[in-house]
Design a protein around this ligand. Sequence first.
Ligand SMILES: O=C(O)c1ccccc1N[C@@H]1O[C@H](COP(=O)(O)O)[C@@H](O)[C@H]1O
Length: 223
Amino acid sequence: MSLHVKICGLKTEEMIRAAAAAGADSIGFVFFEKSPRYLTMGEAMKLRRAVPEGVWVVALLVDPDNALLDDLVTYVHPDVIQLHGKESPQRVAEIRARTHIPVMKAIAVSGPEDVTGAEAYEPFVDMLLFDAKPPKTMAGALPGGNGLAFDWELIGTRKPRKPWMLSGGLTPLNVAEAIRTAGATMVDVSSGVESAPGEKDAALVEAFIRAAKQDADMVKVKE
Ligand SMILES: O=C(O)c1ccccc1N[C@@H]1O[C@H](COP(=O)(O)O)[C@@H](O)[C@H]1O
């Protein structure tokens, strides 16, 4: 299986094209108003048309209500819904049943109990995503997209039973080590490929994808 790279928080057609040309497998649209990467439904609907065939559109939502979900299905119809709030396993199941779209639940990790806690979601999700839990003391912290990493070895303690992505503070410089340590086959990045909050940098996006995929190819050759 080749390594899957998701680039999250894209806001322009140019950057979508650049990321896809560099080999991105998924493009993330953020529907969380407090984020510097926030898109309105109308903006996302327009940008979706710029995403090439074969590249997944992932809609990132934080504790969405049903009205937002219904609009999302009607106007954007993403390939995957990423839930990055405090959604319970029951709410995740409801969202999946309502939208008929595959769901990826983000798990905030700061210790081994968080990785084990992901088990409660496994029956109801198509994928999991492990991200760093922001410390309570961090001023202005978002539910994700903070550029914070967690201890990647924590994933090794109990491999999830569903496909999963690694995220949180990944950059072109650390992604190869993160993949090796966690045993990830899918990675997700947002702030690590930006020149300023919400501003993606095409050179960093390309460097990130190259570093992630090259390392995976080297591991395969060694095997
Ligand atoms: O990117 C955001 O603005 C965002 C807002 C709210 C919840 C999650 C968000 N992003 C996701 O967070 C992780 C880690 O991002 P980073 O690379 O550390 O910046 C990633 O999965 C993004 O999809």
